[in-house]
Design a protein around this ligand. Sequence first.
Ligand code: KIV
Ligand code: NA
Length: 270
Amino acid sequence: MKRMTVPAIRARKKEGVTAEPLVMLTAYTVRMAQLLDPHCDMLLVGDSLGQVIYGLPSTVPVSLDMMCAHGAAVTRGSWHSLVIVDMPFGSYEGSPEQAFHSAARILKETGAAAVKLEGGEAMAPTIAFLAARGIPVMAHIGLTPQAVNVLGGYGARGRSEAEAAKIMADATAVADAGCFAMVLEGVLEPIAIAITEAVAVPIIGIGASARCDGQVLVVDDMLGMFERVPRFVKKYDDLGTRIAETAGRYAADVRARTFPTVEQTYQPKA
Ligand code: KIV
Ligand code: NA
């Protein structure tokens, strides 16, 4: 099975909404990438790894080194999905040249085929600059977590008419700049539907609408690794509870000296 390409993803949207929705999940580690890969069209090495893997308070402190290390692990663990790596805060906003330098490092060091960056109209020139120089860009608009210090939190976007119009303008701007797809996060559903119908590139929703061209979730959220998750997460499993219970069974065995048994120990040959 050949790996998905950027043009193949882009071509899934022809007229109106994509007929077969695009499936995307985040992945940060090699084994998780192997498990998710056959089920996904795209794997996103999200800067959500700041919270999910490193326990940071937001995505703001995430470094390019972190993104490169985890991006390389995910490409090593996948063979089918298109791998996209998030550009971390501070690595691209300064200028198109800065963005190119950072994005080129990501592609060289990880083997991923594309990067994702947050921002709408303000980032359009950067998206065009990268795309013209061999770096496909997925945009990310609506609720943009790297802007938490400006937004003041992670609430849904587009509740005022002005804000809704701004999100639509952002979507149009990044599409015109040449992004091959965009994540649309945390917006009122009517806005998500209107953008999906108006814009020619695939719209990947998270906290948006089932009528987007595809969906993405943070894999640890979807697996139930955390007690508190955003409203837009559907918990498909309760892995956190299951891991804690399993650790408890192991601990009880160790304390009772019922592990290891003869099956897990090396005995002298008879
Ligand atoms: O970092 C991330 O996980 C993301 C997705 C939620 C879209 O950007
Ligand atoms: Na992200």
